[in-house]
Write a protein that binds this ligand. Structure first.
Ligand code: NDP
Length: 250
């Protein structure tokens, strides 16, 4: 994050931004923060009540009215993503930002003990779903002329570590997907593509991965939002194919 960046109150005014996994954790914080800075946010996730709660919070705060789009990323097929694209086309005519944030941890075991079913679940939700959704939404992103795609990585997506199994592999795949897509889309459509490693953040996923840790030792998702705002705002219009860390490395 450039040291001179500070998010202006209206830095996302008029932008249409889709957030996956918007009902909880980092995705919820990002949806609220994007809306606070003027964006119309499309809240995508699997638990409708959680999405409704975020929608209500946005409404109560007087931010631009959000939209809810429930999808179970494990079961959704290409037709579902085409339907999503058609709905966005009809309602908004373009998409300025796409934050791939939804993710699952899977089994915390060695690779030799990882079941094929769990491997498939993690790879599908964490990367294959992002590939399908991105492919369907690229025309809507191109229509925005300067769209931003942000994918969510992890420190284990940059250096492998024992017991992180399919999750780590899915995050390496996320980095590879980002690099290839960034190289293809920026020249073609001026769509930039980057990854964020959020770093240790107080969420259900972090508590599940580190049950022995005091959750309060990690920052709340709100704290890491400046980088998310930077990458979604026009301040990063020329930034493409980069890996970012939302927190100083531990
Ligand atoms: P949470 O588990 O708190 O939230 C994940 C979100 O993704 C939830 O809203 C969840 O929906 C949604 N989701 C999961 N599976 C599906 C699915 N099949 N279909 C639709 N939505 C789904 O995780 P975090 O907020 O901690 O993580 C967000 C991202 O950040 C992830 O990609 C994670 O890998 C990454 N990350 C997090 C770190 C941390 O310390 N927290 C560190 C490094 C990376 P629901 O609530 O309905 O289950």
């Amino acid at each position: 994050l450039p040291s001179d960046f500070s998010a202006a109150p209206e830095c996302l005014a008029g932008k249409i931004i889709l957030v996956t996994g918007a009902g909880d954790g980092i995705g919820r914080a990002a949806a609220l923060s994007f809306a606070k800075h003027g964006a119309t946010v499309i809240l995508l996730g699997r638990t409708v009540e959680k999405l409704e709660a975020v929608y209500d919070e946005i409404e109560a705060a007087g931010y631009p009215q959000a939209a809810i789009y429930p999808v179970h990323l494990r079961g959704a097929v290409m037709k579902d993503y085409e339907e999503l694209a058609n709905t966005i086309e009809r309602e908004f005519g373009r998409l300025d930002g796409l934050l791939h944030n939804a993710g699952i941890l899977g089994q915390r075991r060695t690779l030799t003990q990882t079941t094929v079913d769990s491997w498939d679940d993690v790879l599908h939700v964490n990367i294959t779903a992002a590939f399908m959704m991105t492919q369907a939404l690229l025309p809507m992103l191109a229509a925005a002329n300067s769209a931003s795609i942000v994918l969510t990585s992890s420190s284990v997506g940059r250096k492998g570590r024992a017991f992180w199994g399919a999750y780590a592999v899915s995050k390496f795949a996320t980095e590879g997907f980002m690099q290839v897509l960034a190289d293809e889309e920026f020249e073609l459509n001026n769509t930039r593509v980057n990854t964020i490693n959020p770093g240790a953040t107080q969420t259900v996923m972090r508590r599940t991965a580190y049950p022995g840790e005091n959750p309060q030792d990690n920052p709340l998702p709100d704290v890491i939002m400046p980088l998310y705002l930077y990458l979604m705002s026009d301040a990063s219009a020329k930034v493409n194919g980069q890996q970012f860390d939302a927190q100083p490395k531990d």
